[in-house]
Design a protein around this ligand. Sequence first.
Ligand code: NAD
Ligand code: SER
Length: 321
Amino acid sequence: MKKETKRILVTGASGQIGSELTLALRKIYGNDNVIASDIAEPQQGSPLANGIFEKLDVTNFDAFEQVVKKHNIDTIVHLAAILSAVGESNPTRCWNVNIGGTLNAFNLGVKYEMSKIFVPSSIAVWGPGIPKIAPQDGVLKPKTMYGVTKVTIETLGDYYFHKYGLDCRGVRYPGIISSETPPGGGTTDYAVEIFYKAVRGEKFICFVNENTRLPMMYMPDCLKAAIDLLKAPVENLTHHCDYNVGSMSFTVKSLYEEIRKYYPNFEIEYKPDYRQAIADSWPDDVDDSVARKDWGWQPEYDLPRMVEDMIEKLKVKLARN
Ligand code: NAD
Ligand code: SER
């Protein structure tokens, strides 16, 4: 008999997604039942500190196991990772953290007969030649080490499900836009940085060109995807760690134009660097019909609503700091 989700460990909890997903999970499962962990301490003043926090390097199996045992963990939300742009500066570290950390999470999941492991994948699983709207199933030929690790993790998820019956789940997140914690070194970071510059009244130097179009998602939908998938009955799931989830798709130019409705004098300059090639290797949008059918995926934010809310939230945050 599988355990129910009652005691959750979030790894990588100090990061862009973890800092908000941990709090959202605490609201649902109770403050003391969601343990935050990261190799890095939470930002100063972070509400993460209002609950239990463990300093943990996920590549250290013994330390990971100690935390699992200490807190009687039955579910791991495994967010610790090295993202695409930072991963290209140290591909071996990217492999060791992303694959080593996930293998440790999966092996602990098997050893302690856990209820579930949630581990996000990414639009980085695709590579050049992918159709503009990426299908759920198809060829995966990434050109970054980060993408290579995400394809491997998806494959490992299938393997652990079939070999050990481990219930691993995950979505291929698009670029995530949020105001609470800055992103940790991905190719889609421009879509967050642009807001900080606009609200501060500074010019934005963009590292990809104006016609770059990528799938993106606002944080409330990112949290909703994780929470909805975690709650879905396993018998409804036809996939494991590789669900496409769409939300919005826009070029940098159209994002800039939308922000200029609030800041008409906002200036942008384009200086593409190595991240242009990474962005060009990813699709414009994704076909998420399988997630909609299997577990009722339905995003709530479009570009205008996201821009309005981001500006409102960042104005408050930057006035505080
Ligand atoms: P992030 O870089 O903001 O946070 C990752 C966290 O992992 C950081 O706090 C970092 O300190 C921690 N970490 C790194 N190495 C570690 C280690 N050895 N042990 C423990 N912690 C370690 O990333 P994020 O954006 O919050 O991403 C979370 C997950 O979502 C990742 O799997 C990422 O690939 C995936 N994802 C994110 C996006 C996005 O746009 N943010 C898009 C697609 C997928
Ligand atoms: N936002 C992530 C990155 O750019 C996509 O997984 O790396």
